[in-house]
Design a protein around this ligand. Structure first.
Ligand code: A3P
Length: 304
């Protein structure tokens, strides 16, 4: 089935997930062709939940021996996190060929927005680890709305926040329904805690040091006492902070190969911006849906 989605174009339902045609081709190519390795690490997110941030944190964490974080030319200071950590489904689609990952340092680090049920089989059959990040649905929606507005400038579509909100509530968002995406990975993180690590944007905001150390332990690359004493953990958090990344030349004026300005990935970077946009009715409606969808899951979002 197809529906009129965001940005004035149609989105398609594939394996229960709403997706625009360009990404759909990438998702199918990724399912059919990606060969996971046991040492791979794949970061999975719902769009606009802090993917850029987690890409930078994981890159800094995983490659900290090859690229010490205090290096003046650290890759994160000169390249976009989206170039350093490619999306599986985007990369695989570019020329319809299996991309050459032979230059990737092991462990290879990739990202994806693909729902759990549609992951390539080799990811599930291998010892590949998944790090999942989500964000409270209200801020996620507002962040998406701004991002879509940026894109929409090119498409001259003027659908309002209310139209887009209604679609989001019906589950019609890119890689949505949002709740299915989150709940599927949440369940997997409970059933298979050595494979799937579940994180929330708000948790990293509130206790960045604790979350980064948990992540390092999950990946079996914990920080040593020396590293902690030398300030490695603090420096990773500083380099990957919103303020630092946003101010870098590459993220201010750089563009991705798709033509998107890197700047679009850094807007406010805060918890609770939804309060500046939600009406009482919107809040009521979404609260009701969230309660219904997440009831009994044990999953609680933070909105402040
Ligand atoms: P806002 O639009 O609320 O500001 P994604 O990377 O998944 O596309 O998500 C983008 C959101 O993450 C944007 O949210 C963006 O500002 C925020 N973000 C980007 N880098 C960040 C960082 N280093 N720390 C915190 N938030 C960040």
């Amino acid at each position: 089935p197809k529906e009129k989605g965001w940005i004035g174009s149609y989105i398609y339902n594939y394996q229960g997930c709403w997706i625009p045609p360009r990404l759909l081709q990438g998702m199918i190519a990724c399912q059919q062709r990606f060969q996971a390795e046991d040492s791979d690490i794949i970061l999975v997110t719902t769009p606009k939940s802090g993917t850029t941030w987690l890409k930078s944190l994981l890159f800094a964490l995983i490659y900290r021996v090859k690229h010490p974080i205090f290096e003046p030319n650290h890759p994160l200071l000169v390249k976009s996190p989206h170039v350093l950590v490619p999306f599986l489904e985007h990369t695989l689609y570019v020329d319809g060929q299996v991309p050459d990952f032979s230059t990737f340092t092991s462990p290879r680090l990739f990202a994806t927005h693909v729902p759990f049920a549609s992951l390539p089989k080799s990811v599930l059959d291998s010892k590949t680890k998944l790090v999942y990040l989500c964000r409270n649905p209200k801020d996620t929606f507002i962040s998406m709305w701004h991002f879509a507005n940026n894109l929409r400038l090119h498409h001259k579509d003027t659908s309002s926040i209310h139209e887009m909100f209604d679609l989001f509530c019906e589950g019609l968002s890119i890689y949505g329904p949002f709740w299915n995406h989150v709940l599927d990975y949440w369940k997997q993180s409970i059933e298979n805690p050595n494979k799937v690590f579940f994180l929330m944007y708000e948790e990293i905001k509130e206790k960045p040091k604790i979350q980064l150390k948990r992540l390092a332990e999950f990946l079996k690359i914990p920080f040593s006492i020396e590293e902690e004493n030398c300030g490695v953990v603090d420096e990773i958090l500083r380099v990957c902070s919103f303020e630092n990344l946003r101010s870098l030349e590459v993220n201010t004026n750089g563009k991705l190969s798709t033509g998107e300005g890197n700047k679009a990935f850094f807007r406010r970077g805060e918890i609770g911006d939804w309060r500046n946009y939600f009406t009482t009715e919107m809040n009521y409606k979404l609260n009701h849906i969230i309660e219904e969808k997440f009831q009994g899951s044990g999953l609680k979002f933070s909105y402040v």
